[in-house]
Design a protein around this ligand. Structure first.
Ligand code: PLP
Length: 384
């Protein structure tokens, strides 16, 4: 059975070009980039090249890039630096729809006596700029707002929100794990102080990420030790993965415009194909400001996990909008924050495409979805 992979917001396939570029550094080029001899030097050069490639994608300078192990580490580093460089400030601003990599860090700070403002969203998952403006105050150490949401795909007015923070001299971080490579980002024109990204959403292997830190922003490392990454992140560099991330960034920079347009066309075909043939569905999210690869659809009176199991039997990989909390399936924090009605939220499915998704795959899914939902609705314990 062929796998139809529509869960690219969870992770992506490694691009053959990325794997190819990594191979020498998993073989003969195993030197330590910090060594003085030329065997290490050529590896250090590869790290520099990758840093340049990633900086280019972001419109940043190479010195502003710190390689990390993942998006979660980048997010934690941003929070840590804000706290450690401004111990007198005790207020943080974030949203109710962040990834746990931010939310759990914020909850930890709350337990330590910090005040945290969690901005709400409307039924399309949109933030309210007036609520945001009112939350900014003298005591705010950090604003951390995701660039794009992993579940429903909304992207937020980061340019404007960062400007508003800067007018008050407040540090601004964005978790751009889902946005990098799908949306154009130019740090040259966006007053964001720190930005997190993750390689495995961008066709590298899992276990590599980066944190952009604007020149001049005070920084405190989360990992202390050796002087790697200009003493901002200790640990011998993960050279093969860094090389892979550089190539992935270069590919994104070259092809993003055309790939994003192609993904959006297929995503729309998929979304319309499903919603036009199945009654009682809701598309979750902001149709005007949404990642080109993501759709999140709720089906009334069906259990999302049951849909996933039936899709899996056909080789289709997707993800549901539920999280297992204390043994029972609860709609995710994002769908709850949006106020999606309970009998819909339970039956939510996220389908996320990549540059490798084909029209044939999309049409296969469109063809089989109505039968799956009809079968499940027949046996559903939920009724109107
Ligand atoms: N932030 C967002 C928005 C994500 O979607 C993810 C992963 O799903 C992360 C952070 C965490 O990234 P990583 O898996 O590289 O730690």
């Amino acid at each position: 059975m062929k796998t139809i992979y529509l869960d690219n917001n969870a992770t992506t396939a490694i691009a053959p070009e990325v794997r190819e570029a990594m191979l020498p550094y998993l073989g003969e080029l195993y030197g330590n980039p910090s060594s003085m001899y030329s065997f290490g030097g050529q590896v250090a050069e590869a790290v520099d090249t990758a840093r340049g490639q990633l900086a280019e994608l972001l419109g940043a300078s190479p010195e502003e890039i710190i390689f990390t192990s993942c998006g979660s580490e980048s997010d934690n580093s941003a929070i840590w630096t804000a706290v450690r460089t401004q111990p007198e400030k005790r207020h943080m601003i974030t949203t109710r729809v962040e990834h746990p990599a931010i939310l759990n860090g914020m909850q930890h700070l709350e337990n330590q006596g910090y005040r945290v403002t969690y901005l709400g969203v409307d039924n399309k998952g949109r933030l309210d700029l007036d609520e945001y403006a009112a939350a900014l105050d003298e005591d705010t150490a950090l604003v951390s707002i995701m660039f794009a949401n992993n579940e429903v795909g909304n992207y937020y007015p980061i340019q404007r929100m960062a400007e508003m923070a800067k007018e008050r001299g407040i540090l601004f971080h964005t978790d751009a794990v889902q946005a990098v490579g799908k949306l154009p980002i130019n740090m040259g024109s966006m007053p964001v102080d720190m930005l997190s990204l993750s390689g495995h959403k961008l066709h590298t292997p899992k276990g590599i990420g980066a944190l952009y830190v604007r020149k001049g922003v005070r920084f405190r490392p989360l990992l202390r030790g050796g002087h790697q990454e200009r003493s901002r992140r200790a640990g011998t560099e993960n050279v093969p993965y860094i090389v892979g991330l550089g190539v992935a960034a270069q590919m994104a920079a070259t092809h993003m415009q055309q790939e994003s347009a192609a993904m959006a066309r297929l995503r729309d075909r998929l979304e319309h194909g499903i919603t036009n043939s199945i009654p009682d569905t809701i598309v979750n999210g902001d149709p005007e400001n949404r990642l080109p690869n993501t759709t999140n659809i709720s089906f009334k009176n069906v259990e999302g996990e049951a849909i996933l199991i039936m899709l899996d039997r056909m080789g289709i990989c997707a993800s549901s909008g539920s999280a297992c909390t204390s043994g029972s399936l609860e709609p995710s924090h994002v769908l709850r924050a949006m106020g999606v009605p309970f009998n819909y939220a339970h039956g939510s499915i996220r389908l996320s495409l990549s540059r490798y998704t084909t029209e044939e795959e999309v049409d296969f899914v469109i063809q089989h979805f109505p039968q799956i939902i009809a079968t499940l609705r027949k046996i559903s314990p939920f009724k109107d």
